[in-house]
Design a protein around this ligand. Structure first.
Ligand SMILES: C[S@@+](CC[C@H](N)C(=O)[O-])C[C@H]1O[C@@H](n2cnc3c(N)ncnc32)[C@H](O)[C@@H]1O
Length: 236
């Protein structure tokens, strides 16, 4: 897959898949009807976006899901947490269409969608605006020479540390042994996060409120063991 160049000054590269099969007529229809209302436009470089302004006044806190895939996990959390506004970022248009369908079926008013690389959104968000971040089954990029492409890494963690308020939770899940090890290394090296577990065996069970993701189901069917990490933004 060819990397896509970002017009921004930071020249971020995205390596994953953006377009898959063309949208079916039904998916195209739901995207055309819902996206104009739900879409977060890419903020101009150097601008600030108050995430609270994207949601109705009833919204008390903001969560972010990076790479929501089919959106089932995000939609389930939005349904059970109606006073939380959830921003979902996904580059893959078929995933956006799938989330839009869930939003419509569940009549959710607390979801907004960034249909692009989340790294174009993060710089515009203000400090300490997020109470929870989900990174569920990020692309593992298992080859050592691709390690820089992994979402959990120094640059993105620096952004998340700035955006997450003290005590905010970062949930990361992975089924890939290389990525599981990588997450432990990256997170334990980071001064602003603490791990909410004693060891890896504590990560075999998801939180009580976890919603199963499409990728998780596939991994489990194929005999792989998902690990669920919970990290917390330290004070200061
Ligand atoms: C392996 S899939 C997992 C999808 C979903 N979380 C699940 O568990 O079923 C990873 C997803 O992250 C998306 N993704 C990867 N990097 C991203 C980025 N920088 N910004 C937004 N989405 C991203 C990809 O398009 C892909 O859909």
């Amino acid at each position: 897959m060819q990397p896509i160049n970002n017009p921004s000054e930071h020249r971020v590269l995205y390596y994953g898949r953006r377009k898959g099969k063309p949208l079916t007529a039904a998916r195209q229809d739901v995207v055309e009807r819902l996206l104009p209302r739900l879409k977060i436009n890419a903020p101009p470089s150097g601008s600030t976006l108050d995430p609270q302004s994207l949601f109705p006044e009833s919204i008390k806190e903001i969560w972010l899901e990076v790479g929501f895939g089919g959106g089932e996990h995000l939609a389930a959390h939005a349904e059970t947490n109606p006073t939380v506004g959830i921003i979902g970022a996904e580059v893959f248009l078929n995933g956006v269409a799938s989330l839009a369908r869930h939003i419509e079926q569940k009549s959710l008013g607390n979801v907004r969608i960034f249909n692009d690389d989340v790294r174009f959104l993060l710089p515009a968000l203000p400090d300490q605006c997020l109470s929870r971040v989900f990174v569920m089954f990020p692309d593992p990029w298992p080859k050592a020479r691709h390690a820089k492409r992994r979402f959990i890494g120094p640059e993105n963690l620096k952004s998340l540390a700035r955006l997450m308020r003290a005590g905010a939770e970062l949930r990361v899940a992975s089924d890939h042994p290389v990525y599981i090890q990588w997450v432990m290394e990256q997170m334990s090296a980071h001064p602003n996060f603490e791990w909410g577990a004693q060891g890896l065996k504590d990560c075999l069970n998801a939180s009580a409120d976890h919603a199963v993701t499409r990728y998780q189901l596939k991994a489990q069917k194929e005999g792989r063991k998902p690990h669920f990490f919970r990290f917390f933004r330290k004070v200061g």
